[in-house]
Design a protein around this ligand. Structure first.
Ligand SMILES: *Cc1c(COP(=O)(O)O)cnc(C)c1O
Length: 448
């Protein structure tokens, strides 16, 4: 075993690391997690916590799942890495075949990268170069207000402009934002805007979209299907999405579904886009793809996109790649995760969580402390009323996280939006713990 010094890890952490999305001066010492076991994370003092946010939405089958761990180990002893340029390997090919068997039928090629942001970069570059290759000067990108697609420059450009990207605003390319077709929801995290959603947001969305499409020059539309994750778990219905996708088709606008968070059963179906008939041209996958074991990103595309890059003209090549593209360990982890996901048992577990959350959603709908209660599949979001209004920087989030942590549950609210997105291995009594803790929180909400 390791001969490294394992003492005082949190204090030493403070000296040498820089944490993501963390305000360094107000940060407490991070919790030193020494072990994962199913739905639990265990700290150095032996405290067990239910991981109710799936370690940033990536974990599907529980921590340290022995089946996935075994498959990674086997692969590591056989082939750990090979450049995916002039070479290939079975794990990448098998994974591509399996992903395509689950993806909508119009998807025909799999491009590998390392994470959600890169899967979005690849999608945008594919769409832009597609237009270039077929000789059309289309440059406009359309996206939803309140969206989030990652932290690289392209993915920041297609997101809502907010606290995440203010310093970079002058360096981001222009996008046309259209309203999210949410109706009835009181409010959401909307950067500085913070306005409530009008009941006619669907009509507003469709009419602005059609105006943009009619004006011409539109290259692509990128969207988070049905659930906008980092934007505060904002949810909308399949019907308006269907209309949006049909409009884009009508005007030959490439559609990019960012399923980085919603993929692999999160929304109750294998993909969130399975809720609609009209399929996207390009899809971005990551987060749950390896069950939360290894970083991996995938961009899939329809045949007509790929075909525009087939040419004797070298300038039409897609000159994009990463050192670890199609890493065999990541692909092995993804294949192992798919083995588990394809079992009927997993489908039943997803349904059980969905049913439980559907009931919780209704229970809190008219609670005096709650502005909005919403659910889609294995995701439940409760937007709390606060005098400060809805915002990512709302301090209520930190207080709620501390309240849950003291009771053995890890959550990471987005401002005043408390949400659960647990691993699929969570059982009924652990779900009840989430519910009981929520009841207790709401009963104490004025004394947090
Ligand atoms: C998390 C997320 C991303 C970015 O993925 P990373 O792996 O963090 O780079 C992109 N899109 C959506 C919808 C996400 O939720």
């Amino acid at each position: 075993m390791s001969t490294h010094n394992l003492s005082n890890i949190p204090e030493r952490d403070r000296q040498v690391t820089w944490h993501p999305f963390t305000h360094q001066s107000e940060a407490k010492y991070p919790l030193n997690i020494v072990k994962g076991d199913g739905v639990y994370l265990i700290d150095e003092n032996g405290n067990k916590y239910i991981d109710a946010f799936s370690s940033w939405w990536v974990n599907l089958h529980g921590h340290a799942n022995p089946y996935i761990a075994g498959k990674i180990y086997e692969q590591a002893k056989t082939l750990e890495q090979v450049a995916f340029s002039d070479f290939t390997h079975a794990q990448a090919v098998i994974l591509a075949e399996r992903l395509l068997s689950h993806l909508p039928k119009n998807q025909s090629k799999i491009f590998y990268s390392d994470n959600g942001s890169t899967s979005v970069e690849v999608a945008l570059k594919m769409a832009i170069q597609y237009q270039h290759n077929i000789g059309q000067p289309k440059r406009k990108i359309i996206a939803f207000e309140n969206g989030y697609h990652g932290d690289t420059f392209g993915s920041m450009s297609v997101a809502e402009r907010n606290v995440f990207n203010t310093p970079f605003a002058p360096f981001l390319f222009d996008v046309e934002l259209i309203p999210v077709p949410v109706s009835g929801q009181t409010s959401s995290l909307r950067g500085s805007a913070k306005q409530s959603y009008p009941t006619d947001s669907t009509e507003k969305c469709l009419s602005k979209l059609e105006t943009l499409l009619k004006t011409g020059g539109v290259c692509a539309f990128i969207f988070e299907p049905l659930v906008q994750g980092a934007g505060g778990m904002v949810m909308y219905e399949p019907e308006p999405l269907e209309k949006i996708l049909q409009l884009c088709k009508k005007y030959n606008c490439i559609t990019i579904a960012d399923e980085v968070m919603t993929g692999f059963g999160r929304t109750g179906k294998f993909w969130a886009t399975n809720y609609v008939e009209t399929k996207p041209d390009i899809m971005c996958l990551s987060k749950g793809i390896t069950g939360g074991f290894m970083p991996l990103g995938v961009t899939s595309c329809a045949k007509f996109i790929y075909d525009a890059f087939l040419s004797d003209d070298k300038t039409k090549t897609f000159y994009h790649g990463h050192s670890y593209t199609a890493n065999p360990l990541a692909c092995a982890a993804a294949n192992a995760s798919l083995d588990l996901l394809e079992k009927q048992e997993m489908h039943d577990k997803v349904q059980a969580i969905s049913t439980f959350f559907e009931r919780m959603k209704r229970k809190y709908e008219n609670h005096p402390a709650i502005a909005d209660s919403r659910n889609r599949g294995t995701i439940l979001a409760l937007e709390l009323k606060t005098p400060e209004g809805t915002s990512y920087l709302n301090q209520l989030g930190k207080k709620m996280a501390a309240f849950f942590l003291q009771r053995g549950i890890i959550v990471r609210p987005l401002g005043n939006v408390l949400y659960f997105i647990p691993p699929y291995c969570i059982n009924q009594s652990q779900l009840e713990e989430l519910e009981n803790c929520t009841d207790e929180l709401l009963a104490n909400i004025n004394n947090l």
